[in-house]
Design a protein around this ligand. Structure first.
Ligand code: ATP
Ligand code: FE
Length: 385
């Protein structure tokens, strides 16, 4: 099987061609970060307009790079949801027009199912069902149990913001410079890695004492060998029985800290580094704590897939390795390569291939797009199931 995938749920215009023998013939991602930087997030209408240029261009490049023509395509897959309807509609309409013109079957794919199944495309020894999936992205923070290709159980979900969203907001609060490549979360991780409290950093003594004097009057320094400059941020949902994530309190606490430390509204570089580190420590600590709490209930599950943009975070990766060791878990960690962790159309084409192999049929032109769509209700409105 050779499948064209089209993805336009958020702000990246993506097209890819993938074969059933796990070859990615092309994987085109056209980013819009520069156009949305001023707005401080994804502007739905602007993103939709950008897709109207980006999607046709991505499809054209996907065919050129794969060196095939549409006559060699067995199915067309598009992202049906969850995502912004205006954005989704550009990809869906393009897919339908191509499918109509060339009489090719159409499959509408769940974006998060595609994130979850990516290691089945990329790993030489893929995880076997059931496996855990930690989905950490701009719109989702979920721990899911993948029981089969199309049966997913959500074990943990966020009560408020997603982790990618609070990373983006914290980066803005801290006035970190924008990055065209991977978004504000990656910049925050970089600043955290430069923090004075990290072992290998190069801050001179005068900047250390400057930051010390800034904070020590406000926060008494605990009697530690390694000085801690900032108070730890609060730990959300500390109860061991509460199985959920929550990030909004951490974000508010971070905002209060920034306002305290920078009363003139200008965040200096030392504060940017220190708060980035404290923020990363607190959010990831909370995430990993709750994941470990739930994983202990499923000692026989052998795999943990981590996917979505936040899966690129190296501190998260190290924390997960440590956590699995601490709870003596049998689960092996799987990460898609960075370019397949963030949004892409190869995962959309691949999910359609798995579904076609399992007997899925052409879904036609009538399926509604779904802005919100739980992984637990994958095919609830498909006629053939
Ligand atoms: P969804 O998949 O839920 O619809 P999305 O597709 O918009 O959301 P992704 O592209 O998977 O989200 O991920 C983008 C998010 O990942 C952004 O919030 C970005 O800041 C965050 N991110 C990227 N790299 C890192 C990193 N190194 N550390 C923390 N966060 C990161
Ligand atoms: Fe995504």
């Amino acid at each position: 099987l050779t499948v064209l995938g089209i993805e336009s749920s958020a702000d990246d215009s993506c097209a890819a061609i993938v074969t059933s023998d796990r070859n990615i013939l092309s994987n085109v991602v056209i980013k819009q970060h520069d156009q949305n930087a001023d707005y401080g997030g994804i502007h739905p209408l602007k993103a939709q307009h950008a897709h109207q240029v980006g999607i046709p261009e991505a499809i054209r490049l996907a065919f050129t790079q794969a060196r095939i023509t549409i006559t060699q395509v067995d199915a067309i897959a598009y992202t049906r949801g969850p995502g912004m309807i205006g954005c989704l509609s550009v990809g869906a309409s393009s897919a339908k027009a191509l499918a109509a013109a060339h009489n090719i079957p159409l499959i509408g794919v769940h974006h998060m199912q595609a994130h979850a199944l990516t290691p089945l495309l990329t790993e030489s020894t893929p995880p076997e069902y059931p496996f855990f999936v930690l989905l950490v992205s701009g719109g989702h923070t979920q721990l899911v149990l993948a029981k089969s290709l199309d049966k997913f159980q959500i074990l943990l979900d966020t009560l408020d913001n997603s982790i990618g969203n609070v990373f983006d907001k914290a980066a803005r609060l801290l006035q970190l410079p924008p990055s065209l490549e991977r978004g504000p979360g990656a910049v925050l991780e970089y600043y955290a890695s430069l923090s004075y409290s990290q072992p290998n950093n190069q801050l001179d003594n005068s900047s250390k004492s400057h930051l010390n004097s800034l904070t020590s009057s406000m926060f008494p320094r605990p009697d530690h060998k390694t000085p801690k400059l900032l108070p730890p941020l609060p730990r959300p949902l500390p109860s061991k029985t509460q199985k959920a994530f929550s990030f909004s309190g951490l974000l508010s606490a971070t905002e209060r800290l920034v306002n305290q430390l920078c009363p003139d509204g200008r965040v200096d570089e030392e504060v940017q580094k220190e708060i980035s580190r404290a923020f990363q420590l607190a959010t990831m600590g909370h995430l990993v704590d709750k994941v470990s709490l739930v994983m202990k209930d499923y000692p026989d599950v052998r795999g943990l897939v981590v996917s979505g943009g936040v899966a690129c975070n190296q501190y998260l990766r190290r924390s997960l390795v440590k956590m699995l060791r601490d709870i003596d878990s049998k689960a092996k960690l799987f990460y898609p390569p960075v370019e397949l962790c963030t949004d892409n159309a190869a995962m959309i084409a691949w999910t359609a291939i798995l579904r076609l192999q399992a007997g899925a049929k052409d879904e036609g032109f009538g399926l509604a797009l779904r802005a919100k769509w739980s992984l637990e209700d994958l095919y609830d409105d498909l006629p053939q199931r």
